[in-house]
Design a protein around this ligand. Structure first.
Ligand SMILES: O=P(O)(O)OC[C@H]1O[C@](O)(CO)[C@@H](O)[C@@H]1O
Length: 250
């Protein structure tokens, strides 16, 4: 696990985007795994700048979002279908037909989850998975006590996650209660993972992910076993790392 500590959130976005771009360049049909939430927005903005400057071409790339709310219409502005279109597909000039988001509106969610796994496999697997981390240590929507071997599946959201995401909705009762998410096993199959975290509200989860025991109470701790994972933090998110002096500081 490589850990890089940056001055601020803007630098996190740039450093992480460069790592993602390095691994996508030169591949004929690169596959990028896409996180939503606030954390990766600066990363996507920098990737968009590279695309605008001609330093990166994602027109032939495939994209797979990590997750989607269950029962939220794709047209809803906070559905991850809409968020990915707004923050990734359009600014990165990707082909919309090659960017997939789990179908949280499917009548058969088990079938939709299996099809999603098959689509990732058919595209050749994920080259670079972009990740954020929830304040309770979730990645994707894999909440604490999710099996490490899990594949794409339907999950209930914890109260903490619903509270964290309530800022995107008018009221708490509009925040969905369930999601369809890639599993921890699916995420661990990615060839490279780049996780970004900023802000003091992530400091406990970040410290537990990097230094704590690998335990299902802290889903992100499974990344300690990922063969090529890069964690890019700002000072605030790195503040509770006892081992911070061992890591690369920019
Ligand atoms: O980046 P945020 O908004 O803090 O969210 C943390 C994580 O929770 C999720 O929103 C749940 O999927 C992730 O996409 C994100 O990485």
């Amino acid at each position: 696990m490589e850990v890089v500590i940056c001055r601020d959130a803007a630098q996190v976005g740039i450093v992480a985007a460069e790592k993602v771009a390095d691994r996508l360049r030169g591949r004929a049909n690169p596959v990028i795994g896409l996180a939503t939430g606030s954390s990766p927005l600066d990363l996507y903005a920098h990737l968009a700048k590279l695309v605008d400057e001609g330093a990166l071409d994602l027109s032939q790339a495939y994209g797979f979002a990590l997750d989607e709310y269950v029962g939220l219409a794709h047209e809803h502005p906070e559905s991850y279908h809409a968020v990915i279109r707004r923050t990734v597909t359009e600014p990165l000039r990707m082909n919309p037909a090659r960017v997939r988001v789990p179908n949280g509106m499917a009548a058969d969610l088990v079938g939709a989850a299996q099809q999603y796994e098959e689509a990732i496999r058919a595209a050749g697997g994920v080259d670079v998975q972009v990740l954020g981390i929830g304040s309770n240590g979730h990645i994707g929507f894999n909440e604490p006590f999710t099996s490490f071997g899990s594949r794409t599946h339907r999950v209930p959201l914890t109260e903490q996650t619903r509270n964290d995401n309530a800022r995107f909705f008018d009221s708490m009762d509009q925040v969905p209660t369930h999601a369809l998410t890639q599993g921890l096993g699916t995420i661990m199959d990615s060839r490279t993972a780049v996780l970004v975290a900023t802000g003091e509200h992530k400091a406990d989860a970040v410290a537990a992910m990097i230094e704590g025991p690998v335990a299902i109470a802290m889903p992100a701790s499974i990344l300690q076993f990922h063969p090529d994972v890069h964690v890019v933090l700002d000072e605030a998110a790195a503040a509770k790392l006892a081992s911070r002096d061992h890591f690369h500081k920019l």
